[in-house]
Every structure is written in C-alpha cells, then in structure tokens.
Design a protein around this ligand. Structure first.
Ligand SMILES: Nc1ncnc2c1ncn2[C@@H]1O[C@H](COP(=O)(O)OP(=O)(O)O)[C@@H](O)[C@H]1O
Ligand SMILES: Nc1ccn([C@@H]2O[C@H](COP(=O)(O)OP(=O)(O)O)[C@@H](O)[C@H]2O)c(=O)n1
Length: 426
C-alpha cells in the first residue's frame, strides 16, 4: 500500500468510505466528489450537526501500520471526552482485494468541541502515518470534506461528500487473505520475520517452527486417524478430548501447541496481523507433531485450523453474520500446505448451556472469549464461519448431553468411519 500518495485527499476520491454506526444496522457508505449530489439525505444520520473527523493511521510498513492502527484506537478511546462517539470506519476500492484501510470516524457533539483538541494532540504525538479529514456542512445541506494538513493548499482543497451504493459483498472480507488468515506457512512466517526487531519473541517462535518442520515430513500415515475437536470455549473440548484419548489409546495434541504457551499472552495483545500469524504457525507445529504421532497411534487434536480461521474471520468481518462471505469463498479454503485431519467434529451447545458451563468453571477467559459471552452476534459469526470451512468440513455434534453420552456419540462417529478398537477399561 503506497501510503505516501494517500496522504493527499485527492488520492482518496476513488475510494468508498464505510462507517459502522453499530453492529446491528447496515453501515453508511459515501465517497468524495468534486460535484455535489442531488440526494444526500441518508448521510444526515451520520453527519448530524456536530464536528466530524475521520482518522487513519497507515504507513508503508504493514507491521507498523497494524500497530499504529491499534495505538490510534487505544489513544482515541482513552482521550475522548463524553459527547464524542468513536465509530469504526474503513475506506476501500469496491471488489479490489487488499484495498481496505481501517480507521475511525469521530462524531463530536461535546459542548467544547473537545475531539478537535484530541485530534490535534494525536497529530502532534500520535502514531506515525496519521491522515485526518474533517467535514463541514454548507447552508444548502451539502457536506464537504477536507484534510487536516499542514500545507495550506492541501487544507483548502475540499470535496463533496456523496452517498455511495452499498457494495454487493461486505468490504471487510477484502483484506482477510494474508492479513487475518494465512493459506501457506510461508506467508505467516514472513509476518513474524518482519516483527523480529520489534517483537523479540517472534524469533523464538520461528526457530520452533523450523525445528519442528525439520523433524517431520508432514504427511501422516493413513493407518491411524487424526480427529480434530472444535468448538467455542466451554463447549466441552477438554473434557471430550481427554476421554477420547483414554478410550482410543490415542495421542492428544493441541493447537497452539504446548511449546508456544509461554508466548501466547504476548501475541494475544498484538494487532490481528501479528496475532493471527502466530496462531497460524502454531498449526504448522501441531501438524508436524501429528505427522509423527499418527504413524503409531490415533491422534486427537484440541482445536486446529478451523479455530484459527473461524475466530479470525468472525473478528475481521464486522457487523451481522450475513456479512460473512458465502460458502465456497476462497477465504474458507484449507491451507494448501497444512496437514489435513481425517475428521473434524464441532461441539455445539445452546448459548444458555455454554454460559452455565463457563460460569461453573469460573476460570479466566481470554478477552475474546469474554466478548463472546456478551456478544451473541460475534458468537454466531464464529459458529457460522466454522460451518462454512470446507475440505475438510466439520461435522456438528450436539454436545449438550452428559459427558459420557457425548463421548459415546463421538466414538460411534469415529468408529463408523474407522475400524478402531476402544481400550479395555471403557
Ligand atoms: N457434556 C457435558 N455436560 C455438562 N458439563 C460439561 C460437559 N462437558 C464439559 N462440561 C463442563 O463444562 C466446563 C467446560 O468444559 P471444557 O471441557 O473445559 O470445555 P472447553 O475445553 O471446550 O473450553 C467444565 O466445567 C466441564 O466440566
Ligand atoms: N488453533 C487455534 C486455537 C486458538 N486460537 C485463538 O485462541 C482463542 C481461543 O483459545 P482459548 O484458549 O480461549 O480456547 P480454549 O482452548 O480455552 O477453548 C480464539 O480466540 C482464537 O482466536 C486460534 O486462533 N487457533
């Protein structure tokens, strides 16, 4: 992305802007033009009468851009006074992959126009690569956009804000490939390589990946099945995988693998590009372990690529679950170089039962999992994304009955596909 050219407002005129007022309603789309539009009443809901800004942090380096966006979000969220609304915004080229630039839209209805001060402070000591635009309303009801820039010529250039049609496909899926989900090890590997200077842990993770790859030829012996258990937190994966391990005399593995546990908290705090690359690489380490272990025993895996992709897609695609790309989209494709399991089972329980189990367990939840608890929309999207992944697709298992019943159901499924003996104590 050539950010230098994007520092000038004229370069944004080919883009469509999307602002999301909330997760439940359709976003508002607009673009910039040198001519006013006859109808701009639909923009009223967004623009109102207060002061308005849109803010983007971008630079040539994708790691720096991702971190600047996160820094921008935190700084804005911390410094905005009451009366200011921070909305997610993005600018994109319709149907052009990787063209989405994420940013924020600021509505300032505070008495003292405090957002303006916050924005000025941001420009003085905020993240690198900041682009700030502001909007004004003319007497005839038209809205104008200009850049908050140092050069007077740039400041004085104004464009009309005109409504744009909603694109056929929701724009947030445009950047998923290689930003949120990785389809080859090399692509995730490169992200962490680019981080080595600023995140020293990346080097250690890459060394582990290389070490594991060297120890494995990555193709598993077809004699023993590899069964992946997937599902939202507290659907019973740990309980079931432990029982399956005993019942089948299987090897139990997980993704991310144990060797990455000490790095996880660190990468969970990084922006999606870096965080998702970390989890993607975790799958390749697990794949190498699967390849080795499945030559002598059945293998049960607690979370694998379905989890990595489903959570990443559900987070990247904003708004309602209908915004998820349809089945068959390339974003649900299994990575070309990642070992495929024999069977993927998705544990499913009602939201009420899952909440009961979460509360009963009383353990710490990751921030994302806490969000699931309050955010039904997101949970639905993760569930839907799980089900849209193909080759291999997951088989949904009703995990609401007792642990023993769920185990028997799953053993039946596995045995009906593979002629496996259960251990004597079962
Ligand atoms: N089939 C089941 N019926 C009732 N409670 C269950 C069942 N399976 C698991 N649990 C309980 O629900 C909680 C979450 O289960 P766990 O296996 O840790 O889920 P996960 O690994 O998917 O997060 C635990 O307290 C566990 O004892
Ligand atoms: N294979 C995996 C496993 C987890 N994850 C991420 O890790 C989070 C879930 O991990 P967790 O530790 O809460 O899950 P449980 O193992 O506790 O069910 C999800 O939010 C995913 O973003 C992933 O991306 N890929």
């Amino acid at each position: 992305m050539a950010s230098r050219s994007l520092s000038r407002l004229a370069q944004w005129c080919s883009r469509v802007f999307m602002v999301e007022i909330n997760q439940k309603t359709e976003p508002i789309y607009f673009s910039l033009s040198s001519k006013p539009s006859a109808h701009n009443t639909e923009l009223g809901a967004l623009f109102g009468n207060g002061k308005l800004f849109s803010v983007y942090a971008l630079c040539d380096d994708r790691i720096q851009s991702a971190r600047s966006h996160a820094q921008l979000k935190n700084t804005l969220a911390e410094n905005l006074p009451p009366g200011c609304e921070l909305l997610d915004s993005a600018a994109f080229l319709p149907d052009i992959k990787s063209s989405l630039i994420k940013g924020f839209f600021l509505q300032d209805n505070s008495a003292l126009s405090s957002a303006e001060r916050a924005v000025t402070q941001l420009q003085e000591k905020g993240p690198v690569g900041l682009c700030v635009f502001t909007y004004t309303r003319e007497e005839n009801g038209q809205y104008l956009c200009s850049a908050v820039a140092e050069e007077p010529a740039e400041r004085e250039r104004k464009y009309y804000v005109i409504p744009a049609p909603a694109p056929q496909r929701h724009p947030s899926a445009l950047n998923i490939r290689n930003s949120d989900v990785f389809y080859q090890m090399e692509d995730a590997y490169k992200v962490l390589q680019e981080c080595c200077d600023i995140i020293p842990e990346s080097k250690a993770v890459l060394e582990l990946v290389t070490e594991q790859q060297l120890q494995s030829n990555n193709s598993h012996d077809k004699r023993f099945p590899v069964v992946v258990i997937e599902g939202l937190d507290a659907t019973g994966k740990t309980t079931l995988t432990c029982s399956l391990q005993k019942a089948l005399g299987a090897v139990l593995l997980k993704s991310p693998p144990h060797c990455l546990a000490r790095f996880r908290q660190h990468f969970d705090a990084e922006p999606p590009l870096i965080r998702r690359a970390f989890y993607a690489l975790g799958n390749y380490i697990t794949a190498a372990q699967i390849a080795r272990e499945s030559s002598h025993a059945p293998v049960i895996v607690d979370r694998y690529w379905h989890s990595t992709a489903a959570y990443a897609i559900a987070t990247a695609v904003s708004g309602r679950e209908e915004n998820l790309p349809a089945v068959g989209s390339e974003i649900y494709e299994w990575p070309s170089d990642l070992l495929r399991p024999s069977l993927v089972l998705l544990l499913s329980v009602s939201p009420e039962e899952r909440l009961r189990r979460l509360t009963h367990r009383g353990l710490d939840k990751t921030e994302e999992e806490s969000q699931l608890e309050i955010n039904h929309l997101f949970r639905h999207k993760v569930d839907e994304a799980y089900k849209k992944i193909q080759n291999p697709a997951c088989i949904v298992v009703d995990a609401s009955p007792s642990p023993e019943h769920v185990l028997q159901q799953v053993l039946y499924l596995i045995r009906s596909k593979y002629n496996l003996q259960t251990q004597d104590h079962q």
